[in-house]
Design a protein around this ligand. Structure first.
Ligand code: GAP
Length: 426
């Protein structure tokens, strides 16, 4: 099995990620997050929010609607320019992204090299929905980027809070794209979560460039801080012809995935493109000066981040599979075991500890099989610490804590456990 197969299989077997609508054969480009997946995903979002909103004085958050007045997409340029060039196979009418050389070549092989292609046509990737009760129904769109929800609320945020330029508006939420070639597990989906910051600055070339560089570094360091190996990350500047219609310039943070260097997150200098198109300005209360702010954007995908965190954390040690996730991201922080299932006094003590830890940490309980198997099962889902209650615990109120990556054990007093894990988690 190659690494992607191992990750896909682990994700399904242990309840991280399931194919969407699987009992009906799945639905390409859609995925469901299971009991452990939702925890990992929420932890990624929480860490992002903590670093982008709570730890800063100049950023506030919003949560805008997924469906917006269709005028938004006209003004934002998406109806005209949110397109991918697509070619159609004249033999079987399957469609592919024109610039996806690998998919095009693979398809030609299916027809023994005899595939003939139509000219490339522009294909709009906004997902259409029909609303209303009278015919014809009104056509609207599921948002293709969460970003426009920030711009249409720019004035509301300025008027309702005390933000002053430079400041940012952060948001996490669902976006939808009618992708021509979804794939590489959850890397390219039709429905996905984005986590974005729109940072509004004065329209100044040098200053905005400095802020752009600041966010590039800050975002790359965020991934490194959460455990992604630095040598697996790089910046890639977009060539002018590859830039999104709104971008003056753009850099991707890329990850060296098993399927090649791939976009993790985009940092975009959007200039005044969006606010100008929506007819919005900002007035400096002190100088009275009115201007259209420029926007530096950091735009990451939650599903993609989760996939790369899983890939990067995956390790094998003989038979043992270990997800070396940063504990802040781990679905369970602690697992509690009674050494033996059939000794009521051990089970009772372990249940007490379990209930107490659960108040502060997502805690797992396991009393099946032998201790070694329980450790293996927790290693495979990234639980950083296992607590075992043994006979000594009944005498001296201590337990063993076993650490995931080193498999080292130490004895800790039961009444110090919460403090211990709080310290470890920072
Ligand atoms: N607001 C800017 C914007 O949406 P983007 O580069 O098109 O920029 C930003 O998307 C991020 O969203 C990407 O870096 C990626 O992490 C995520 N993303 C985009 N399309 C995706 C898809 N089809 N499936 C999963 N994630 C996607």
């Amino acid at each position: 099995m190659d690494l992607m197969e191992k990750i896909t299989s682990l994700a399904k077997r242990r309840g991280f990620i399931f194919p969407g609508s699987e009992i009906y054969g799945g639905y390409q480009g859609f995925w469901d997050y299971g009991p452990l997946g939702v925890e990992l995903k929420n932890n990624i979002k929480r860490e992002w929010w903590r670093s982008m909103v709570y730890s800063r004085e100049d950023v506030v958050g919003i949560d805008a609607a997924i469906i917006m007045n269709p005028i938004v997409w006209e003004k934002s340029g998406h109806l005209k320019a949110f397109t991918d060039p697509m070619v159609e196979c004249k033999v079987c009418h399957k469609r592919f992204k024109a610039d996806d050389e690998v998919a095009v070549k693979n398809h030609e092989k299916e027809h023994d090299g005899k595939a003939e292609w139509t000219e490339a046509k522009q294909f709009n990737t906004l997902t259409e929905v029909l609303l209303g009760v009278t015919e014809p129904k009104e056509k609207a769109y599921l948002r293709g980027e969460i970003t426009q929800g920030v711009f249409v609320n720019f004035k509301n945020v300025v008027d309702s809070t005390r933000v002053k330029i430079p400041f940012g508006i952060a948001q996490i939420g669902k976006a939808f794209r009618n992708e021509i070639t979804p794939g590489n597990f959850t890397f390219r989906d039709l429905e996905f979560d984005q986590m974005e910051l729109e940072y509004f600055v004065k329209p100044d070339e040098a200053e905005s460039k400095k802020i752009f560089e600041f966010w590039k570094e800050t975002r790359k360091n965020w991934y490194i801080g959460l455990g992604i190996a630095e040598e697996k990350l790089r910046f890639r500047d977009h060539e002018p012809e590859k830039r999104a219609h709104y971008a003056r310039y753009a850099t991707d943070i890329e990850y060296n995935a098993p399927f090649g260097w791939s976009e993790f997150e985009g940092i975009h200098h959007r200039g005044d493109f969006d606010l100008k198109n929506h007819g919005l300005t900002y007035r400096d209360e002190v100088t009275g000066e009115e201007f259209i702010p420029w926007v530096i954007e950091t735009s990451g995908g939650v599903d993609r981040a989760m996939l790369f965190f899983l890939i990067d954390a995956y390790a094998e040690d003989g038979e043992r599979v270990i997800l070396k996730l940063n504990p802040k991201l781990s679905p369970y922080k602690v697992a509690v075991f009674p050494l033996l299932k059939n000794k009521p006094e051990l089970v009772e003590k372990a249940r007490e500890i379990y209930s107490s830890l659960k108040k502060n940490f997502n805690t797992a309980w396991d009393d099946r099989g032998n201790i070694g198997k329980r450790y293996f099962a927790q290693d495979e889902i990234g639980t950083p610490w296992c607590v075992t209650v043994d006979f000594q615990s009944l005498d001296d109120s201590t337990v063993t804590i076993r650490e995931r990556d080193t498999a080292k054990q130490q004895r800790v007093s039961i009444d110090k456990l919460t403090e211990y894990f709080q310290n470890e988690l920072g």
